[in-house]
Design a protein around this ligand. Structure first.
Ligand code: GDP
Ligand code: IMO
Ligand code: MG
Length: 431
């Protein structure tokens, strides 16, 4: 079997957690392949709400294996908190939550550097979640990192002290900030016990063996393609490859093993943190989108910037990811809009273009819009595509035609069951 992929096509928070949770019961394994606790994936079912940061979104489906892949960076403190929530909810995760030995650890001092570095940037700050993501990936590529497997090493504390000393040297390069290292270290060492209790695996062997045995695997992306370290709006990005290519590195599988690539986009667009966002609305309409969509970060609680859907941006990320099917989420948030705009082009340097420029972070691009009539009605009772109001169908059709990828699912609410399956045959596992 191939590995199917679910990932975000915008700047994160597209509703990946909800869709992974919905589809997970059809799979044997769900695996996270990159990112870390900067992610916040919200799941709602049976009147309960969970926000997952490190644990894959398949954890609430019985019998399903959840893998934290080598490409992920783990903060054991966050992981411990997530696991406490699973314990509280009486979720049986033992033997179902596996961690790659090669995943890197986020140390308290990684968060310290993240905070000091951001504070020093002033107006130019990235708007990082301050979870230590950038500094941890820097140590990984700089070949100084500490991996999960190292916890069992007899020299673990020597490695830790050495890296900590390096970090404290780095912190001195920045203006002083408050950080209670002693308290954070105590929490960190205590939380390692929870991590140690989870089965450690050689993830690349595990996943490839599973593929051989015909198991079905879903790779769960974090962040969004516009936050990719190579192809996002650099430097306002995260520090991992969030695109499909990241699945190969983050789980240890060959490109030929990738199956369906399910790209998720909201019916509009949001971004949290700094950086370019061509179709952003800084007016009352943007505020209304934020209010209707309850657009506040699942990890940091920050208000998300809101705007219209941006077709050139989506065409770009569909191209990068090789998307084979699209999921539109939060279409219900547009219920109360008389008119809905769709960004079709940009005006840039006096020319009309569909291409995102290299210097997107510094130039001014004016989006060109096409207007659509809203449907001005609730979608609460809609469970089949045919039952959608005509104006909503027209909106979906416009997106499908312009993006040239079949839209297979449309999400109409945060609850697990609020999902319209538009084209069953295209979702292989749904049959
Ligand atoms: P993720 O990071 O991609 O998993 O997305 P987040 O969980 O950060 O943000 C998505 C938010 O939208 C969460 O609060 C979800 O519960 C919610 N959500 C997901 N799909 C829908 C939908 O179709 N309609 C509405 N109203 N909310 C949704
Ligand atoms: P999920 O998986 C939205 C953003 C941050 C910041 C930039 C860099 O929930 O979609 P980092 O902490 O990685 O140094 O932050 O990336 N960011 C996200 N935005 N959703 C996410 O994850 C994000 N993870 C990071 O706001 O702008
Ligand atoms: Mg999120």
């Amino acid at each position: 079997m191939a590995v199917d992929v679910i990932l975000g096509l915008q700047w994160g928070d597209e509703g990946k957690g909800k869709i992974v949770d919905y589809l997970a019961e059809k799979y044997d394994i769900v695996a996270r392949f990159q990112g870390g606790p900067n992610a916040g994936h919200t799941l709602k079912f049976d009147g309960q709400k969970f926000v997952l940061h490190t644990v894959p979104s398949g954890i609430f489906r019985q019998d399903l294996i959840n893998v934290i892949g080598n490409g992920v960076v783990i903060d054991p403190i966050t992981l411990e908190k997530e696991i406490a929530k699973l314990d509280e909810a009486k979720v049986n995760y033992q033997d179902r939550l596996l961690v790659s030995r090669k995943a890197h650890l986020i140390l308290p001092t990684h968060r310290y550097i993240d905070a000091a570095s951001e504070a020093s940037k002033g107006k130019e700050k990235i708007g990082s979640t301050l979870k230590g993501i950038g500094p941890t990936y820097m140590d990984k590529t700089g070949r100084n990192g500490i991996r999960v497997g190292d916890i069992l090493d007899k020299d673990f504390s020597i490695k830790y002290e050495k890296l900590k000393a390096k970090h404290l040297g780095l912190v001195r390069l920045y203006p002083e900030i408050e950080f209670d290292l002693e308290a954070e270290e105590a929490k960190w060492f205590a939380s390692l016990e929870t991590l140690k209790a989870l089965p450690m695996i050689d993830g690349e062997y595990y996943i490839n063996q599973a593929i051989k045995e015909g198991k079905t695997i879903l790779a769960e992306g974090a962040q969004g393609s516009m936050l990719d370290i190579d192809f996002g709006t650099y430097p306002f990005v995260t520090s991992s490859n969030t695109v499909t290519a990241g699945v190969c590195n983050g789980l240890g599988i060959a490109p030929s093993k990738i199956g369906e690539v399910i790209g998720i986009t909201k019916a509009y667009c949001t971004r949290v943190g700094s950086g370019p966002f061509p179709t952003e609305l800084t007016d009352a309409t943007g505020d209304f989108l934020r209010k209707e969509g309850a657009e506040f970060g699942a990890t940091t609680g920050r208000p998300r910037r809101c705007g219209w859907i941006d077709l050139p941006q989506l065409k770009y990320t569909i191209m990068l990811n090789g998307v084979t099917q699209l999921v539109i989420t939060k279409i219900d948030i547009l219920n109360n809009f008389e008119n809905i705009s769709v960004g079709t082009h940009y005006e840039y340097n006096g020319q009309r273009t569909e291409q995102l420029p290299y210097d997107i972070s510094t130039v001014s691009m004016v989006p060109v819009y096409q207007e659509h009539k809203g449907w001005l009605s609730s979608l609460d009772h809609v469970s089949e595509y045919e039952e959608l109001p005509e104006a909503a169908k027209n909106y979906v059709q416009t997106l499908e035609t312009s993006l040239e990828v079949p839209i297979t699912m449309i999400s109409t609410g945060p609850e697990r069951k609020k999902l319209i399956i538009k084209e069953k045959a295209k979702v292989e596992v749904l049959g």
